[in-house]
Write a protein that binds this ligand. Structure first.
Ligand code: MF3
Ligand code: CO
Length: 250
């Protein structure tokens, strides 16, 4: 599949989709508290997306059943919201949301602490994962390659003593949720697809406290760490433009 570079008008549409995702995630971050369920978050998101005039991007994508992915603690990504999953003090929850507006996609994720009783290592995991995303974004420049983005993320994460997941990667995004190229959170500088003016990529580091390995739960969606260690996930859509990277999910 060819990589599609976007015109300024298309990037503007993606910015609008991205802005809706941001507003939804901001509201969900406020709602996260001990005692609420991940289905409570799902209902808020579904209502807000509808009110915005956009459509959810994930529901029905390969038969995925919800508008959000909600992944608690050792869950890496693609946890399915459930009435049975009640958040408790000290947990962390990754919330991943995508929408399509006027034919263009926005996709972003955050990991939020539940209450404030997290151990220092957990706080460090959230900080390092968020910062690694910004390292990746800073590398998303014309003339750099996808390998520069992955290397920037990986080097930062590993220097902090954590590890990056290999089984799931970021992606191009535009008139489809997933476009070429794949954007791994690991790599070699100077390798892989060269970044060009107008490319839009979703950069989404998934970082484990322990070993990098992942496995799927029997629901065939939820990815968890093989070693049971905690995992965090942050994601932004980024346009590669003349003056540098521009975050569209802002
Ligand atoms: N942000 C995730 C991704 O980009 C969400 C996909 S969930 C799915 O891959 F259900 F849509 F597959
Ligand atoms: Co994504």
């Amino acid at each position: 599949m060819a990589i599609v570079c976007k015109s300024p008008a298309e990037i503007e549409k993606m910015r609008r989709a991205g802005h809706i995702v941001r507003q939804v995630l901001d509201e969900l971050a406020e709602q996260v508290a001990p005692g609420i369920t991940t289905m409570d978050l799902e209902r808020t998101a579904e209502r807000r997306i509808k009110e915005s005039g956009a459509k959810p991007a994930f529901k029905g994508y390969y038969d995925y059943p919800c508008v959000l992915c909600t992944s608690i603690n050792q869950e890496i990504v693609h946890g399915i919201p459930s009435e049975k999953r009640k958040l408790k003090e000290g947990d962390i929850v990754s919330i991943d949301c995508g929408v399509v507006l006027d034919g263009y996609y926005g996709d972003s994720a955050i990991t939020v602490p539940v209450g404030d009783g997290q151990p220092e290592q957990t706080k460090k995991l959230l900080q390092v994962t968020r910062d690694s995303l910004y390292r990746g974004i800073q590398a998303a420049r014309i003339g750099n390659s996808v390998g520069d983005v992955g290397a920037a993320v990986q080097e930062f994460v590993e220097a902090a003593g954590f590890s990056v997941v290999r089984e799931f990667v970021g992606h191009g995004i535009g008139t489809k949720l997933h476009e070429d190229p794949q954007v791994p959170n690991f790599g070699t500088r100077g390798h892989g697809t060269k970044l060009r003016q107008g490319m839009v990529i979703a950069i989404e580091p998934m970082v484990n406290v322990g070993k990098p390995g992942a496995r799927l739960l029997p629901d065939k969606w939820t990815a968890v760490t093989e070693d049971g260690s905690l995992s965090a996930h942050f994601e932004h859509c980024v346009a590669v433009l003349e003056d540098g990277p521009v975050i569209l999910t802002q």
